[in-house]
Write a protein that binds this ligand. Structure first.
Ligand SMILES: [Zn+2]
Length: 459
């Protein structure tokens, strides 16, 4: 099975190398902005001509947005637009032009109704202050040195890694991986090397193909499994979160930017903001790391993994940091499980976002109308069951899989199948689960439940 996968390693750049990378990222921005200005000028010109009643065939010729066309135009203009062009790799300009080509395509597709999701705005000029510096190489000398602690890129030369690249190097040596592109990017005050790699994976099957596990992602602990296991947060995460909160408070006491008055942030604010960004990146990294270990273990063992859908509405409404971090965990665990179940030959089921996994009794299926966040224990009024709130939710998720399989649709899985199959109510299931249009909200009756339980889905 061939998959596209990213490998990311932290870099230790020397000051000279950092200047070189920044020069390349700057060049990417220059090419992007130059090409955007050109596209905009022609669009504005045509719009103006149209408003004077110029017939369509006499309008200024439109310019192509494709990457080859943008590249051709840039190569003709670069001597004038960027007389220093020879000092950086041509890949730097390509980075900027490619980003613009994709941005324009996304905007056009979004406007033409060919793209789902939130409407995409017209590409904006990239500012030096706000753009995350990054440059991508797709051709030339891209390799990992045999010591696995250094990488080589065109123009930038030999860069030192902060961590060993042995995992990727081993695959390349074995001939099961091929680097397609390499990107150097700054993230939260650190530099990273990230490779897009085509990987040939062996077909696998989970060690227990018939086993199902429900996963409830939490805040206090990383996750609770329907098996009763509490997966603790990674060590250091609690400390890193406390540091992030403290830094956030410190930041709020300093003079930040104000758009209304045009006030520029103080130097102290900028330094504090940089520290917050670093702490944020560290929390995210620690959490992601813990989730990776968990998702690898789960997908290698269990044939079916069930998680909850991302709570989009809750995400928008909640501004607390803890919730924010947990929500990021939701998205991340789903992303990881989606591709890892595919690798391992298992399947991922995603419970509908309206499925009351926390409010349903995993023993008898009764749904409670109210359950506050403060109630850490689930107590069932109908059957008297008392157990940990998250464990109850995880068990409900696991039970959904059995219900889904007996609902007449059969196991959905298999390699190549849509792994993000949504578990939906009986009505939706008739229309083939997973193919229901986005935004439609089906409801799963809890444990062979009756319709009155389905309706009883107040949050
Ligand atoms: Zn009960």
């Amino acid at each position: 099975m061939k998959t596209i996968q990213a490998y990311r390693f932290a870099l230790d750049l020397t000051p000279t190398q950092e200047r070189m990378v920044l020069a390349h990222a700057g060049a990417a921005r220059v090419a992007h902005n130059w090409a955007l200005a050109r596209v905009k000028a022609v669009m504005d010109q045509r719009a103006a001509e149209r408003s004077y009643g110029v017939p369509d065939e006499q309008l200024t010729e439109s310019v192509s947005w494709s990457l080859p066309a943008l590249r051709k135009a840039w190569n003709q203009a670069k001597a004038e637009a960027a007389p220093w062009w020879a000092e950086v790799s041509k890949e730097a300009f390509n980075t900027g032009l490619d980003a613009l080509a994709r941005g324009l395509k996304n905007w056009a597709d979004s406007r033409g109704g060919k793209r789902a999701g939130r409407p995409v705005g017209f590409p904006r000029f990239k500012s030096r202050r706000r753009t995350i510096p990054s440059v991508r190489f797709t051709t030339g000398a891209i390799r990992i040195e045999s010591d696995r602690m250094h990488v080589v890129l065109p123009r930038l030369g030999r860069l030192k890694l902060h961590e060993s690249a042995r995992k990727l190097a081993r695959r390349i040596e074995a001939g099961t991986a091929r680097i397609m592109s390499a990107t150097v990017r700054r993230d939260g005050g650190r530099w990273f090397m990230s490779y897009t790699v085509e990987v040939e994976r062996a077909e696998r099957t989970p060690t227990r193909p018939d086993s199902t596990v429900g996963v409830d992602v939490g805040i206090k602990q990383l996750a609770v499994l329907s098996t009763g296991e509490l997966v603790p947060n990674p060590r250091h995460l609690v400390g890193a979160q406390a540091r992030l909160r403290a830094l956030g408070r410190a930041l709020s006491h300093k003079t930040g930017p104000d758009r209304r008055t045009g006030r520029r942030p103080s130097n102290r604010w900028q330094r504090a903001a940089a520290r917050v960004a670093t702490a944020h990146a560290r929390v995210a990294n620690l959490r992601r790391d813990g989730l990776h270990k968990l998702t690898t273990r789960l997908t290698r063992e269990h044939g079916t993994v069930v998680v909850e859908d991302l709570n989009v509405i809750g995400m928008l409404a909640n501004r607390k940091l803890a919730r924010h971090i947990a929500d990021a965990g939701f998205a991340e665990i789903r992303r990881q499980l989606a591709y890892k179940t595919q690798w391992s030959g298992g399947r991922l089921l995603v419970a509908d976002r309206w499925y009351p996994s926390s409010k349903t009794c995993s023993g008898c299926g009764t749904v409670r109308t109210k359950l506050t966040l403060a109630e850490r224990e689930y107590q069932c009024e109908a059957c008297g069951l008392v157990l940990d709130r998250d464990l109850n939710a995880a068990r409900n998720l696991a039970a959904l899989a059995a219900e889904f399989d007996t609902a007449g649709s059969g196991p959905v899985a298999g390699r190549g199948a849509d792994q993000k199959t949504c578990v939906r109510g009986r009505v939706a299931a008739k229309r083939q689960p997973g193919t229901a249009p986005a935004g439609q909200t089906g409801t799963v009756p809890p444990q062979g439940g009756t319709t009155d339980r389905v309706l009883n889905r107040a949050h």
